[in-house]
Structures are given as structure tokens and as C-alpha cells.
Design a protein around this ligand. Structure first.
Ligand SMILES: *[C@@H]1O[C@H](CO)[C@@H](O)[C@H](O)[C@H]1NC(C)=O
Ligand SMILES: *[C@@H]1O[C@H](CO)[C@@H](O)[C@H](O)[C@H]1NC(C)=O
Ligand SMILES: *[C@@H]1O[C@H](CO)[C@@H](O)[C@H](O)[C@H]1NC(C)=O
Ligand SMILES: *[C@@H]1O[C@H](CO)[C@@H](O)[C@H](O)[C@H]1NC(C)=O
Length: 151
């Protein structure tokens, strides 16, 4: 197994990606998250009511509310053990966008994409963790091999 993996770097990469996925899926209570996210949506809707409707396409008018909304989804997702952003949270956020910004022209920000400084650690950390864990397993099995062969 170990040698087969070492001979095929692409297989190793695939394993890493899959394991990045299973780390995320493991602790995430999607039901719980879907129950919690609407609280963020409601709070955001309440805040948006303070903004004149004709200003709803001007991001600088409500960026503070929007940031607290995204922060809210992030906090709620992490409470139920989910990484953020994730597919379901993204779907929910897109729904909120549709509700408030459907009439805004699309030449603005890419709403669905979180900024890189958020995304990069989110992708990198699980992969690095998996690399570290894989390394540990390989190292330990090598040690076992040596011990067994040495005797
Ligand atoms: C997930 O969340 C739901 C709703 O809050 C809860 O009923 C359920 O027990 C949770 N499941 C786990 C595995 O924690
Ligand atoms: C958007 O709102 C800001 C802050 O109130 C204002 O300075 C700016 O002129 C507005 N932009 C547009 C395109 O209306
Ligand atoms: C996000 O919300 C949490 C809980 O309300 C708060 O403690 C935290 O400071 C907020 N973070 C940012 C960046 O606003
Ligand atoms: C978008 O425009 C439609 C048609 O003018 C209107 O009925 C709807 O209320 C608007 N929605 C928002 C969120 O501005």
C-alpha cells in the first residue's frame, strides 16, 4: 500500500483531496447548520430594513451589515462543526443575495466568492493537516518495518 502510494503521486494527491473532504464532512452537522443560518438571514433582513430600498445596490451603504451577516454564517457554521464557506452555506447566502440584490447589476463584486485571505487558509489547513498525518503514518510504518526486519 505504502509503496504503491509512493509510486503514484497523483493517487496520493487524490487521497489528500478526499481526506480533506472527509475531515470536513465528519464533524459537520448540516441539519443544525441549516437551522441556524436563517437566524443570520433574519438579522440581516432587519438591518437592511434601515436602508432605503433604492440604496440596496450600493454596497458602501450596507457593507457593515453585510460583513456582520457573513460573520454570522461563519460563526453559526463553526458552532455545528462545519467549515466555512461550504456548499450549503453558500447556497443559503446566494438565496439571501437573490432576495435583496436580484435587481442590482451584476458588474459588482463576485458575491459568492469569499476573499482570498479567507479561502486560502480554509483550503490549505485541511490539506496541510492531512499531509502531516499521512507523513506520520508513513514514518511510523517505516519504523515498524525497520524494527521487524532488524530482528
Ligand atoms: C444536528 O442538529 C440537529 C438540529 O439542531 C439536532 O437535532 C441533531 O441532534 C444534531 N445531530 C448531531 C449528530 O449532533
Ligand atoms: C453609495 O453610497 C456612498 C455612501 O453613502 C456614497 O458616497 C456613494 O456616492 C454612493 N454611490 C452610488 C453609486 O450611489
Ligand atoms: C463575528 O461575530 C462574533 C460573535 O458575534 C464576534 O465575537 C466576532 O468578533 C465577530 N468577528 C468579526 C470579524 O466581526
Ligand atoms: C426587483 O424588481 C421587481 C420588479 O420591478 C420588484 O417587484 C421587486 O420587488 C424588486 N426586488 C428587490 C429586492 O428590489
Amino acid at each position: 500500500m505504502e509503496t504503491r502510494v509512493r509510486r503514484r503521486p497523483q493517487l496520493l494527491l487524490l487521497l489528500l483531496l478526499l481526506c480533506g473532504g472527509c475531515l470536513q464532512a465528519g464533524g459537520c452537522n448540516e441539519t443544525g447548520m441549516l437551522e441556524r443560518l436563517p437566524l443570520c438571514g433574519k438579522a440581516f433582513a432587519d438591518l437592511m430594513r434601515k436602508v432605503d430600498v433604492w440604496k440596496w445596490c450600493n454596497l458602501s451603504e450596507f457593507i457593515v451589515y453585510y460583513e456582520s451577516f457573513t460573520n454570522c454564517t461563519e460563526v453559526e457554521a463553526s458552532i455545528v462543526g462545519c467549515f466555512w464557506p461550504n456548499r450549503l452555506a453558500q447556497g443559503f447566502i446566494t438565496g439571501i443575495h437573490r432576495q435583496f440584490f436580484i435587481n442590482c447589476s451584476v458588474d459588482r463584486v463576485h458575491w459568492a466568492d469569499p476573499p482570498d485571505e479567507i479561502l486560502i487558509p480554509l483550503i490549505a489547513v485541511p490539506i496541510l493537516l492531512t499531509v502531516a498525518m499521512t507523513g506520520l503514518v508513513v514514518w511510523r510504518s517505516k519504523r515498524t518495518d525497520t524494527l521487524l526486519c532488524g530482528n
